[in-house]
Each structure stands twice: as C-alpha cells, then as structure tokens.
Design a protein around this ligand. Structure first.
Ligand code: KPL
Length: 297
C-alpha cells in the first residue's frame, strides 16, 4: 500500500486479513502500526498486523496499490520504478495519476475509484465509516486479467470490488463529484451535507460538475450533465456528516489536490476551448490559499 492515510490504511488493514501487506507511509502512524498493529473500527472492527515502512525503494510485491495524494504520485512512481510489481493500481482522487504511474513503472496499471468512508482517528487506528465499494478497470489496455487479480485480492479481504471496462467514464464522474464538493466545502468550511438540496453552495457545486461533464464529453467520454449532477447530489447526501478531503487539508494547513481536480478540468478545457469559469475561480481561490499558507511555491 503506497500511502497509509485513511483510505490506504483501511484497504491495507482489510487486505492484511488474508494477504501479506506492507503499508508505506509516514511516522508516527507507521511506527505505531509497526509496534502495536493496526486497529480498524466501525463497519467492521478488527486488529491486524501489516508490515509498515517509511522507505519502499527496491520492494517487490504481486500488487502495489497507490493511495498517496495526487501531488505525491510522481514521487511514488519513481520509488515504484526501483522495485518489481505484478500490477500497479491507483485508488486516488483526481485525474492524471494513472498516466504518471504508467510513465514510470514496468507493470500493467489498473485504475480504480473507492467509495469507502474512512478516517484516520489516531496513529495506528483507522475508522471505517461507510462500507462502500471499489470499482476497477484497465488503463491503456483491454486486458482485464490484472484487474481481476486486484479485484480478487480486495474481495478476499472483505472489500466489495467491481470490474468495469468503462473506468474512464467512472473516473470522470468521480472527478465531477470532487470538483463540485471538495473546493466548495473547503472554502465555505462546511460538511458535505451542506451541498445537498437547494441553496447557493449547492448551485455552485452543481455548476462545477456541469462544466466538468462538458469537458469530459469534449474528451470523448460519455458523461451526461444529469449523471454528473445526480452523482454530486447523492454523494453529498450519503456523506452528509463528512468533511471532504480538501476541507480537511485546508483545516490542517496542508497542500490540497486542487491541481489534479479542478486544475485538471481547467487545463483540459484550455486544450479543447471549453469555458469553465466556475472551475477556474475555485482553482484560483484554493491555489491562492495554498500560496498564502506557504504550502505552494
Ligand atoms: O472523495 C471525496 C473527498 O472528500 O475527497 C468525497 C467523495 C467528496 C467524500 O468526501
């Protein structure tokens, strides 16, 4: 597991019930897992003992699952390139991660999205807040065999996993959800539920999703406006009590994934000539906050 944040620790903890797992992350979480093991609580509660390390150069594994923040993908890909892996699977937010991984690693790349709710409560303890599901598909290939290997590992570990040949559309749909919910909740400092129903924040989020769907269609991805905006509404209500990852990043004074989310939409729109004023504004505001907070050069 490259990335031992909330999702990486949850997935790693589940898989460690049936597989040899190594979490690659940061201290103090890694040190606590190494000493005392990993506790998962919530949807299911159990203790596991995955290996844990802060340094993964030259590692070998059947499957590498990448859950690092999008701005750390390049570093993770360079580290992965020093080892040997049968399959590399991204379960990250934002777009562009799979291409970055594929540019460095000599292994099939699998793209995935996860709807599992997770929160790192304390070092060594992850809360499993919503069972969720993982959807996986091949990247740059029609070969589903590596995808099935990853899906089987997930299911063996007790995580529901589907395989699709339509993963590009699924990633764009997730991008629309993140482009709508993440910056709006981060800037307004509200929980996701504040965007369900009517109101100015919901309208803003819907507009960001609408623009994202239009850019997806320009890219040849069949994502209707209704599918994108319905997805935003249902995720906002299903995760009503959650704070989005961008809201949490900003609250902790950390860099966000804006470049791989709304920034990606803005870049693709520039390439296709689409106008995306809402995504452009949200991107400028979050980047401006990052610069002011000293977490962006
Ligand atoms: O993926 C998410 C995130 O916060 O990054 C959503 C789906 C918006 C849930 O909070």
């Amino acid at each position: 597991m490259f990335g031992a944040g909330s999702l990486g620790s949850l997935v790693g903890g589940c898989l460690a019930r049936t597989h040899d797992v190594t979490l690659v992350g940061r201290d103090p979480h890694v040190e606590t897992v190494r000493q005392d093991g990993l506790r998962v609580s919530g949807v299911e509660t159990f203790d596991t003992r995955p290996a844990a390390t802060t340094e993964a150069s030259g590692t070998t594994a059947d499957i590498a699952i990448v859950t690092v923040k999008a701005y750390d993908t390049e570093t993770a890909a360079r580290t992965l390139a020093t080892g040997e892996y049968g399959v590399v699977c991204s379960l990250q937010n934002g777009m562009g991660n799979e291409d970055t991984l594929a540019a460095h690693v000599d292994a099939p790349v699998v793209a995935g999205t996860a709807t599992c709710g997770a929160r790192l409560a304390d070092p060594g303890h992850v809360e499993w807040l919503g069972r969720g599901t993982v959807t996986l598909g091949p990247w740059h290939s029609d070969d589903t065999a590596p995808v099935e290997r990853v899906a089987t590992a997930f299911r063996d570990g007790g995580l529901p996993a589907d395989v699709t040949t339509d993963i590009r559309r699924r990633l764009w749909e997730k991008l629309a959800v993140n482009a709508a919910i993440n910056p709006v909740t981060a800037l307004a400092r509200v929980e996701n539920g504040a965007l369900s129903g009517a109101g100015p924040l919901a309208e803003l989020a819907t507009a960001a999703a609408r623009e994202t769907a239009a850019v997806a269609r320009e890219e040849g991805v069949d994502l209707s406006t209704a599918t994108a905006t319905d997805a935003v509404a249902s995720v906002a209500s299903e995760t009503a009590a959650n704070r989005s990852s961008m809201h949490r990043d900003i609250s902790r004074g950390r860099r966000t994934e804006i470049d791989a989310i709304n920034g990606f939409v803005v870049d693709r729109a520039a390439a296709t000539g689409e106008s995306v004023p809402v995504n452009r504004t949200l991107t400028a505001l979050i980047r401006g906050w990052e610069t002011g907070a000293g977490v962006r050069e």
